[in-house]
Design a protein around this ligand. Structure first.
Ligand code: HMG
Ligand code: MG
Length: 299
């Protein structure tokens, strides 16, 4: 069966923008987030407290949060890799964070300058302190369906890293197909393997990049396997600067079109969302790659 309601975890302001070469001013980023909230999104990953040299586009995390009026019911999780990042997040009133591990050694090295073991050791005190401060913590695991340098990634390897990240005390696991190579059979098998390892679909979110056009099919497979939280990026913008060949996430509009068509509630106003993505596309200077945004835009 399919769920009656799906929680969309919007990543446009973070995953969507992190790879943009031209720096988007903080007030534009804050307006993007506000417009997404106006369109009905309730969980909006807003920025990252990572090293500014590693992701220059998000070096203004403090300014974006400062420019953002908080409203009840809207959550603004941020990426935090280490204790330095957590310090910055706490000083800026953050209440939800996400750590981000890798299923593969190569990506751990490229994205975090650490081995898998070292990165988990880096996250451990972050999760411990965050929980002591009452924060909600999500764990991403990347390269769950394949890695651009290592090729196929064995399911047991993904499950093992996922288990170690969740054992730190995280509340939710987001499965990242960072380069968008996965297909629905893989997704079903992975969710089943995680359930067998004690991580049920109620604690799993899926995070698909649409590089190979598989993101919606993979999402449907995940919903059928019991998942009810889906990551997406408004307008389909984005990509990871440290992963070759990663394009944007599944577009939020494409996801909403499918879910509403299936009679699944999202709380999102599609028209307002499309208008937001078109507004952002103008700021970025190129059209949105989302098929639904294109279909609903006047020619
Ligand atoms: P490092 O160079 O090993 O850092 O980077 P370090 O621990 O050696 O520290 C070096 C200096 O950086 C120190 O300063 C620190 O204070 C400073 P110094 O003492 O030399 O003056 N520093 C910081 N400054 C500000 N904020 C911080 C911070 N940390 C250290 N947080 C590090 C290690 C983890 C910091 C670096 O590799 C990094 O920032 N990586 C982030 C990369 C990233 O953001 N990638 C994109 C997000 S992941 C993604 O997109 C995938 C996802 O979408 C899921 C999917 O699709 O699969 C989530
Ligand atoms: Mg991503």
């Amino acid at each position: 069966g399919l769920p009656e309601r799906v929680t969309i975890y919007e990543v446009g302001p973070r995953d969507g923008l992190q790879n943009e070469k031209t720096i988007v001013p903080p007030d534009v980023k804050a307006e993007f987030v506000m417009r997404l909230a106006d369109a009905g999104l309730r969980t909006i990953e807003t920025t990252s407290f990572v090293h500014p040299k590693w992701v220059p586009q998000l070096a203004d995390a403090e300014e974006v949060l400062a420019a953002l009026p908080r409203r009840p019911g809207v959550r603004h999780p941020v990426l935090v890799p280490n204790e330095r990042g957590l310090e910055r997040a706490l000083r800026n009133g953050v209440t939800e964070i996400a750590i981000f591990g890798s299923a593969t050694e190569t990506f751990a090295r490229r994205n975090l300058n650490r081995t898998v073991d070292e990165s988990i050791a880096m996250f451990a005190p972050v999760v411990e302190r965050a929980r002591a401060e009452g924060l909600w913590v999500r764990a991403y695991v990347s390269m769950v369906c394949g890695d651009p340098w290592e090729g196929d990634v064995p399911i047991e390897q993904v499950v093992s890293v996922a288990r170690r990240l969740m054992d730190l005390g995280c509340s939710q696991l987001s499965l990242g197909d960072t380069i968008g190579v996965g297909t629905p059979g893989q997704v079903t098998a992975l969710i089943e393997a995680l359930a067998a390892a004690g991580i049920g679909p109620d604690r799993i979110a899926v995070h698909f990049h649409d590089t190979y056009g598989q993101a919606l099919a993979n999402t449907l497979a995940a919903l059928r396997a019991g998942v009810t939280t889906v990551d997406a990026s408004a307008g389909g913008i984005g990509g990871c600067p440290y992963a070759e060949s990663a394009t944007g996430n599944l577009a939020t509009e494409d996801l909403v079109w499918m879910l509403h068509g299936l009679g699944i509630d999202t709380g999102v106003d599609l028209e307002a969302l499309v208008a937001t993505s078109r507004w952002m596309a103008e700021r970025l200077g190129r059209p949105s790659p989302s098929r639904v945004v294109q279909a609903l835009s006047p020619r």
